[in-house]
Design a protein around this ligand. Structure first.
Ligand code: F6P
Length: 326
């Protein structure tokens, strides 16, 4: 793609820290390459309704350090239906868009694949706090969300220590336990519960009881929101059986607090590199790719291979958390 083009960029699905850095990089690298750049408002909803606007280099100024997304985002059910996709394709045609960059997670990349299959030149950028995207070791937004979870865990540990309590801390991650496992290791948790491994409340009970016997005055249990026994269920169990673990128990659900933080250095760099790489790929004539950070560099995976697949949790993370909880 050597001639100047009209290239659009959108952010879709859950906002992730670093999306703004990626939008800024896509727009500025595109303009530097002589292209006209457009932003789609509110993800696929904006594409379906034709809500696109031309972006200048100045329009994306002052956002590299901000969480959320300047463009807005949405979870767009209509994009899963043929009518929604038809409408998106029509607006792309009518507005003479020659390529589209989609910044988002699994659902967003499934939409990108649908458009690519219909002939649109699409490049995806792996972005989700869940870190469940196939084709990325670390998705955009994951490390900042993890830092936010850790800040909360550190604070909860202060109160846990003061009261000699145990805390269940529920973190996001949808069906993936990466955030929970990483937060457990880096937060020094006594136990961790993830969706990938069936864990009965009695197992957590015996781990906490053993921790008490080893002289631990307080405890942190990190629970992934997607675990079969989530924090609410575990709290109910432990309220009934508090005498068995030796700690009074409280639960804290971090929820969306993990998503809205200002991106850390890694996510600002990652968004910047992936955004520039997206334009480079388009200029080299590539399309239908998901860009993710793998083995210390930007890696391309065919959308057809990546969309709909999940990155498996490295179960060694759980062993490590267990060993270090000694
Ligand atoms: O995919 C990111 C994520 O934050 C998940 O961890 C969580 O399950 C989900 O989005 C929450 O979605 P929503 O913001 O639509 O409630």
């Amino acid at each position: 793609m050597t001639r100047p083009q009209r290239i659009a960029v959108l952010t879709s699905g859950g906002d992730a820290p670093g999306m703004n850095a990626a939008v800024r990089a896509v727009v500025r690298a595109g303009i530097a390459g002589g292209h006209q750049m457009l932003g789609v408002k509110h993800g696929y909803s904006g594409l379906i309704s034709g809500n696109l606007t031309v972006l200048s280099a100045r329009d994306v100024g002052g956002i590299v350090h901000l969480g959320g997304t300047l463009l807005g985002t949405s979870r767009c059910e209509s994009m899963k239906a043929p009518e929604g996709q038809e409408s998106a394709l029509r607006h792309l045609r009518d507005q003479e868009i020659s390529a589209l960059v989609v910044i988002g997670g699994n659902g967003s990349q499934a939409g990108a694949l649908a458009l690519a299959s219909a002939g649109v030149r699409v490049i995806g950028i792996a972005s989700t706090i869940d870190n469940d995207l196939y084709g990325a070791d670390v998705s955009l937004g994951t490390t900042t969300a993890l830092d936010i979870a850790l800040e909360s865990i550190d604070r909860l540990r202060v109160t846990a220590a003061a009261h000699e309590r145990a805390f269940l801390v529920e973190v996001m991650g949808r069906h993936c336990g990466y955030l929970a496992a990483a937060a457990a290791i880096a937060g020094g948790a006594e136990a961790v519960v993830v969706p990938e491994v069936a864990t009965e409340p009695q197992e957590i009970e015996s781990q906490l009881h053993a921790a008490r016997l080893r002289g631990k005055s307080h405890a942190i249990v990190v629970v992934a929101e997607g675990a079969y026994h989530n924090a609410d269920i575990l709290l109910g169990y432990f309220q009934e059986h508090s005498q068995r673990i030796g700690y009074e128990m409280r639960a804290s659900r971090l929820g969306h607090i993990q998503r809205g933080g200002a991106p850390g250095a890694f996510d600002r760099m990652l968004g910047s590199r992936l955004g520039v790489a997206a334009i480079e790929k388009l200029e080299a004539g590539a399309q239908g790719l998901l860009l993710g950070w793998c083995d210390g560099t930007v890696k391309s995976t065919a959308l057809a291979e990546a969309a709909g697949r999940c990155r498996p949790l490295d179960l060694k993370m759980l062993e490590l958390a267990r060993t270090l909880a000694l």
